[in-house]
Write a protein that binds this ligand. Structure first.
Ligand SMILES: NC(=O)c1ccc[n+]([C@@H]2O[C@H](COP(=O)([O-])OP(=O)(O)OC[C@H]3O[C@@H](n4cnc5c(N)ncnc54)[C@H](O)[C@@H]3O)[C@@H](O)[C@H]2O)c1
Length: 393
């Protein structure tokens, strides 16, 4: 694993757990974790359960006893690490968004296709697909239970940078993060809605906004949390180079119309992801704050009995749930990562390709690019090309 902070911890928990919960055709050995600071990475290895700690990801990739590389760093290093790992014949799990640009995502997708021919597997970490209620939502839509999909309504809202004094962490810098709320949380709802509906976003009209344009610089600030103050009396500031919020309408290639909102300025909303799909035969609603539930309106029932029902997705025959607790005993955020590792380990052991593939993630990247293009051009319509048509292998 490369990177040991937020996603490093979430993935480590999943790697530690996956063989203890699921009966899998292969066993995971947590061989090495890599970070740039020797003391901190040694501490992380100890705390998170890795056998060894390293400070150079190139040395990690060169090790013969490592079969898979899990990329948990910010977007500016995804392409470089992933391309090197694939070239060395290692399977790769790369966090989302796949890259900082479409060009990088294309190169990674092409490299994954070449590696695949040699039995090397790649997967992008859109973990929300593996919340059992979301997986079930996808299955119900695929089974035709909603009929023809007309509307998709998706929001992903946070509020951790409402304070203008919140420092200029890497997520607010384009060269490190690629984009702001758009690529960080918007990417999740783009992937999730394309997954659930089986339809591709074909075009968008967007607005993006950066509400706070300068922020204090701090030493060692990372990710979603601030580091300590720099100690200067006059606090230096730097420019915010990404969007704080992105809002767009979209057409899906199966005929549905959709709205998307991704913001870090939705005061009071901590991690509020909600997706609603309306079809000719019914509606399904998923809300991450109630992630064990799925709301279902079945319009095929007699009129007098119609109404939203709440399905508690904790039965043994619900997706992923057979290995957990008796019905009604709830699971949480971290379980989606364990499910992700289960599917990846199984795919590698069985010699099949896991999903979401890099091509799926490139499709998301193409939407991110189209949203930025549309916003730049005063919300004019921006077409999104199909991912596979855009990759030369
Ligand atoms: N799937 C999800 O729900 C989810 C949630 C949060 C973040 N993410 C994604 O995970 C990735 C990491 O985000 P995070 O929140 O864990 O960030 P973070 O700041 O908490 O952690 C990043 C880690 O990468 C390390 N790092 C940075 N550059 C490095 C390099 N060149 N070599 C080695 N280590 C390096 C840092 O030291 C740190 O340990 C991003 O791509 C982000 O978009 C996904």
């Amino acid at each position: 694993m490369v990177g040991y902070a937020f996603m490093g911890a979430a993935h480590s928990q999943a790697w530690r757990t996956v063989n203890r919960v699921y009966d899998l055709p292969a066993r995971v050995r947590m061989a090495a974790i890599c970070g740039r600071d020797p003391e901190k990475v040694a501490d992380a290895a100890d705390r998170l359960g890795w056998e060894s700690a390293m400070t150079d990801w190139r040395e990690l990739i060169a090790r013969d006893d490592i079969d898979l590389v899990d990329v948990c760093t910010p977007g500016d290093s995804h392409a470089e690490i992933t391309l090197a790992a694939l070239a060395a014949g290692k399977h790769v799990l790369c966090e989302k968004p796949l890259a900082n640009t479409v060009a990088e995502a294309r190169a990674m997708t092409a490299a994954a296709a070449v590696a695949q021919a040699a039995g090397v597997r790649s997967m992008c970490g859109f973990n929300y697909r593996r919340v059992p209620a979301v997986t079930m939502m996808q299955q119900l839509v695929a089974d035709g239970r909603l009929g023809t999909i007309r509307h998709v309504r998706a929001v992903y809202l946070q509020d951790w940078i409402v304070d203008p004094q919140f420092p200029l962490v890497w997520r607010l810098q384009k060269d490190k993060a690629g984009s702001g709320a758009l690529g960080d949380i918007g990417a999740h709802i783009i992937d999730l809605t394309q997954f659930v509906t089986g339809q591709r976003i074909a075009g968008v009209s967007a607005v993006t906004e950066t509400f706070v344009k300068e922020r204090p610089l701090t030493a060692g600030s990372t990710g979603l949390a601030a580091g300590g103050p720099t100690g200067d009396t006059e606090v230096a500031t730097g420019p915010v180079t990404v969007d704080d919020a992105a809002v767009f309408v979209a057409r899906l290639d199966g005929g549905a119309v959709a709205t998307y909102e991704a913001s870090r300025f939705a005061t009071g909303r901590k991690n509020a992801l909600r997706v609603e799909v309306n079809g000719s035969l019914g509606t399904l609603v998923f809300d991450l704050e109630r992630l064990n539930e799925l709301e279902y309106y079945d319009a095929t029932r007699p009129a007098a009995e119609q109404g939203f029902s709440r399905i508690l997705v904790t039965e043994g025959d619900h997706p992923y749930m057979s290995a957990w607790w008796p019905p009604g005993h709830l699971i949480g955020y971290e379980h989606s990562f364990t499910h992700q590792m289960r599917d990846l380990v199984e795919a590698i052991a069985l010699g099949v390709d896991p999903a979401p593939s890099f091509a799926d993630a490139l499709q998301v990247q193409l939407v991110l690019e189209a949203v930025e293009r549309s916003a730049r051009l005063g919300s004019s319509w921006a077409e999104v090309e199909p991912a596979l048509a855009s990759v030369a292998v």
